[in-house]
Ligand binder design. Structure first.
Ligand SMILES: Nc1nc2c(ncn2[C@@H]2O[C@H](COP(=O)(O)OP(=O)(O)OP(=O)(O)O)[C@@H](O)[C@H]2O)c(=O)[nH]1
Ligand SMILES: [Mg+2]
Length: 317
């Protein structure tokens, strides 16, 4: 084992009278390459589907805040887009969320896919490795997808290699999908979390508005329903969000694509594909909001929006 420069803070055992009040709270950035299971891990910890998940890489594009609270601690998780080498302005904005989250975090969870990232170089890009080195924050490696190993002992050589990199303090093999060993990750996080009162109401699940998650659910179903470049060329903007005391809530969203040909694919012959998308997204939104919803979708073409900073800004990037 290499030297461990960032040891967990010393906590004297709390006196019985203090035990009830000594809570911990802080920010934990969840980072890692695309598709490693960052959003799945967040959802498993929260016990609910908050952050969208698909089998395709680059599903998450913005920062998603998820709040975990139990009797002893409150963790503000920052789920981030997958680490990549930017090819578009959109990618640069996505990497901006990763770097901002690293700065804001008290500690970091690096998620790796044990079937892909058998050494630390493959789990990071040079800029993120440099940021970890510079920031020197406690960093836990979550070795995810151990359910795909024929023998869990196969993770041991990986742990050795990651430990040798000298960038990480803790190593937790787990399966976010199968809920295996996720409690161990929470216990490990707790040891590094600052002593602090809770930062938010314990009942709060996120600091982001419902309309953000509604747009995400529509995007999730675009990722699930369409293939090739369509999901990657698509953005969703909520244009109307009307809550109603009685009757259905009214939600209207623009689906923005880069080319006319993508618009045709989205709509499908006779509008069948768009109708299917609308039905699936509506059901997901109703499950999330717990109310009946009338959802209207409009497809619009905005050429090269992924490389247009002004447009990206207007889309909230
Ligand atoms: N077998 C297995 N699959 C998993 C596990 N965790 C996540 N997955 C799958 O991996 C795929 C990607 O999961 P996500 O949670 O969207 O991954 P992500 O890291 O958030 O991906 P991006 O947002 O694209 O960066 C999905 O198909 C998940 O079901 C796991 O523990 N085991
Ligand atoms: Mg994700």
């Amino acid at each position: 084992m290499t030297e461990n420069p960032i040891a967990p803070p010393d906590h004297p055992l709390p006196q019985p009278s203090e035990a009830a009040v000594q809570t911990r709270a802080g920010y934990v950035a969840i980072i890692g390459k695309p598709n490693v299971g960052k959003s799945t891990l967040l959802n498993t910890i929260l016990g609910t589907k908050l952050s969208i998940v698909t089998p395709k890489p680059q599903t998450t594009r913005k920062r998603v805040v998820g709040i975990y609270t139990d009797e002893r601690m409150q963790i503000l998780f920052l789920d981030t887009p997958g680490i990549l080498e930017p090819r578009y302005e959109l990618h640069r904005a996505m990497m901006g969320y990763v770097h901002d989250s690293l700065k804001d975090a008290d500690l970091i969870v690096l998620v790796v896919d044990v079937t892909q990232h058998t050494d630390p170089d493959s789990a990071l890009t040079p800029d993120v490795a440099e940021a970890l080195q510079r920031l020197r924050k406690p960093t836990i490696v979550a070795f995810n997808k151990i359910d795909l190993l024929s023998n869990t002992a196969e993770v041991l050589p990986l742990i050795e290699r990651y430990a040798a990199a000298g960038l990480f303090q803790e190593f937790v093999p787990l399966s976010a999908l199968k809920h295996a060993n996720v409690d161990e990750l929470l216990r490990t996080i707790e040891r590094y979390l600052p002593v602090s009162p809770f930062l938010y109401d314990p009942g709060l699940l996120s600091t982001q508005p419902e309309r953000f998650f509604v747009a995400e659910l529509i995007r999730e179903h675009i990722f699930l329903l369409y293939r090739h470049e369509v999901p990657y060329s698509t953005e969703v903007q909520i244009v109307e969000f009307k809550e109603r005391q009685r009757g259905k809530w009214y939600i209207a969203a623009d689906i923005i694509v880069e080319r006319e040909s993508q618009k045709l694919i989205l709509i499908g012959s006779g509008g069948q594909r768009l109708k299917m998308l609308g039905q699936r997204a509506r059901r997901a939104i109703e499950a999330y909001l717990g109310v009946p919803v009338y959802l209207e979708l409009f497809v619009k073409v905005r050429g090269r929006w992924r490389n247009n900073k002004t447009m990206l800004h207007s889309f909230g990037y």
